[in-house]
Every structure is written in structure tokens, then in C-alpha cells.
Write a protein of this length. Structure first.
Length: 78
């Protein structure tokens, strides 16, 4: 059972960080959408877009890792 508990704990921690990444991603996208006309320096705009893409990639990779942990939990329950 310790392996099952450890896998559940890893999944819980991953869910927390995925929630943080999603909140940052949504906030960043809304900030870009609100202020895109007022950017005097395009470097800020492109930097924010690159950060949004990085957070999106982190969300996708985190989701894939969560699915892997869920499969591991399913296998440990058998």
C-alpha cells in the first residue's frame, strides 16, 4: 500500500501545480488581450506570448504525466 499512497500524493501535488500553471496562463492571456493595443515596446508583447506558450506546454506535459500516474494507480489497485 505505500506505493499506492505515494502515487496518490504525487498526483495531488501535480494537481496543485497544474492549477497554479492554469491560473497563471489564464491571467497572462487575459492581460495580453486587455493591453495588446497599448504596447509601445513589442518586446514586452512577444515576451508575454512566449511565456504563455511555455506555460501551455507545461500544462500539456503535466497533464500527460498525470495520466501516467493515474494509470500507475490503476495498476497498483489490481
Amino acid at each position: 500500500m505505500p506505493k499506492l499512497d505515494e502515487a496518490k500524493e504525487r498526483l495531488g501535488l501535480l494537481k496543485f501545480w497544474l492549477g497554479v500553471f492554469v491560473a497563471i496562463f489564464v491571467g497572462l492571456i487575459s492581460w495580453i488581450a486587455t493591453n495588446y493595443t497599448s504596447f509601445k515596446d513589442s518586446l514586452i508583447f512577444y515576451g508575454a506570448c512566449i511565456c504563455a506558450v511555455v506555460f501551455l506546454i507545461c500544462i500539456i506535459l503535466g497533464n500527460r504525466y498525470a495520466m501516467k500516474i493515474l494509470k500507475e494507480i490503476r495498476d497498483l489497485k489490481k
